[in-house]
Write a protein that binds this ligand. Structure first.
Ligand SMILES: Cc1ncc(COP(=O)(O)O)c(C=O)c1O
Length: 415
């Protein structure tokens, strides 16, 4: 057999698979598995009828651009639609600042390629979104974590991390964060801290990468649209690169997202994007554009907020009823995730194999920590399973958590 190791680049040798994607594969292999692992939207609330109608109209052959090559930055009418969405969030943009990306994941990857050299330090939250961790690590950058508090990133720890990195002679160009219903913690960054972060970025001369796929999905019992005001909305100096996506509100399969960056940065993102995908998928962009223009997106948002809020409520009620104060979590005020903390001696990595034995799955918190901590934490996603499955899944999880706490578990099975 050929040994391929010596063919790989240093970056490829260092690259690691995402814990979450692996969970997804496992969940499919085990029948009757209840998965709280991936942050998938629920297909039950996709606009199937409307998408079918729009796709049918688009695929008549009358408009060749629907299946043609197009601009790298994206379909112009869709860019304009995204600018309207941004304006509704308080962000004013020029067309030159805009790019449609093939999912926000591509946007994050592009940011890493455009901003970081090997050895640079990138500041991220503790814990942080794994897709960003992997993309940034692929550039050879070192990720340094900053603690979070109940109202988002800890500004004192942020300052300390920056000072330490610069004192060690490292280049620090940016802070990446998810201010609205963060993946994985569900935390909402306070409005006050958003302002303070802009002042900090100016003082420190760094850029902020604001990743906001969940902002539109606030839960009306605990949050308002005003609470989700993007940092970018008050960015007078052009320090913020803002990303958002149609994945969580319309459907991730279209792979359509967008980003707004200062013009010189957007120009570089455009150049790097040309070698990645030439352009975002044309048909998907047309469908998303029509879904926006016909009011399908805006019209469905109140229903989506309520739908996911109800699932959040069921999960919280079940956890409270069955686990009481054995675990703690911050109440998710929007988004897809509930972040649970077990007593310090517990290991959610070890517990995972026993959870799989009980046919329930989650993501162990350590996957999200760039500093190797978080062993007693886990992410539960309530977005995909039905309410009935959430009830049953929490019942199974309760058994596993109680065993872990009592330390009287059997040896795990191999899967
Ligand atoms: C914080 C965050 N950023 C980006 C993404 C990627 O989204 P997209 O489907 O637009 O690539 C996700 C998806 O889970 C996410 O949670």
């Amino acid at each position: 057999m050929t040994d391929y190791e010596h063919f790989f680049s240093r970056a490829a040798l260092k690259s690691q698979g995402s814990a979450i994607r692996k969970m997804g594969v496992m969940a499919v292999r085990v029948p009757d598995m209840i998965s709280f692992a991936p942050g998938y939207p629920d297909p039950a609330v996709y606009a199937w009828e409307e998408f079918r109608e729009i796709a049918g109209e688009l695929l008549t052959g009358r408009d060749g651009s629907v299946l043609q090559y197009g601009p790298t930055r994206g379909h112009k009418p869709l860019i304009e639609a995204c600018q309207e969405i941004l304006a509704s969030r308080g962000i004013t943009t020029t067309a030159e600042q805009m790019l449609i990306s093939t999912g926000s994941q591509q946007g994050i990857d592009l940011v890493g390629r455009v901003l970081f050299d090997p050895g640079d330090v990138v500041l991220v939250e503790l814990p942080a979104y794994t897709g960003a961790i992997s993309a940034f690590r692929n550039t050879g950058a070192t990720l340094v974590g900053v603690r979070q508090q109940a109202d988002g990133i800890d500004l004192e720890d942020l300052d300390r991390a920056l000072t330490r990195a610069r004192a060690a002679g490292r280049t620090v160009r940016c802070l990446y964060l998810v201010p609205n219903f963060q993946n994985p913690t569900g935390l909402l960054l306070s409005l006050e801290k958003r302002q303070l972060l802009l002042a900090w970025a100016s003082r420190a001369d760094v850029l902020i990468v604001e990743d906001d796929p969940y902002g539109a999905l606030y839960f009306e019992d605990t949050a308002t649209a005003a609470d989700t005001r993007p940092i970018k909305a008050d960015d007078d100096e052009g320090r913020v690169i803002y990303l958002s996506s149609f994945s969580k509100t319309l459907a991730p399969g279209f792979r359509v997202a967008w980003m707004a960056a200062p013009e010189p940065v957007a120009a570089k993102l455009d150049l790097f994007k040309q070698t990645q995908d030439l352009m975002p998928p044309a048909l998907d962009q047309h469908i998303i554009y029509q879904a926006y223009r016909r009011g399908i997106l805006t019209g469905r948002l109140p229903m989506l907020r309520k739908f996911y809020q109800e699932k959040r409520t069921v999960m919280q009620e079940q956890l409270r009823a069955q686990l009481g104060d054995l675990i703690t979590w911050p109440e998710p005020k929007g988004g897809f995730f509930l972040w649970a903390t077990l007593p310090a001696h517990c290991s959610t990595d070890e517990m995972l194999l026993r959870a799989i034995e009980q046919h329930v799955i989650y993501v162990a918190g350590s996957a999200f920590f760039v500093d190797g901590t978080g062993a007693n934490t886990l992410r539960l996603s309530f977005s995909l399973p039905s309410k009935e499955k959430i009830v049953e899944g929490v019942r199974r999880l309760t058994r596993v958590v109680k065993e872990e706490m009592a330390g009287r578990h059997k040896a795990p099975v191999e899967i």
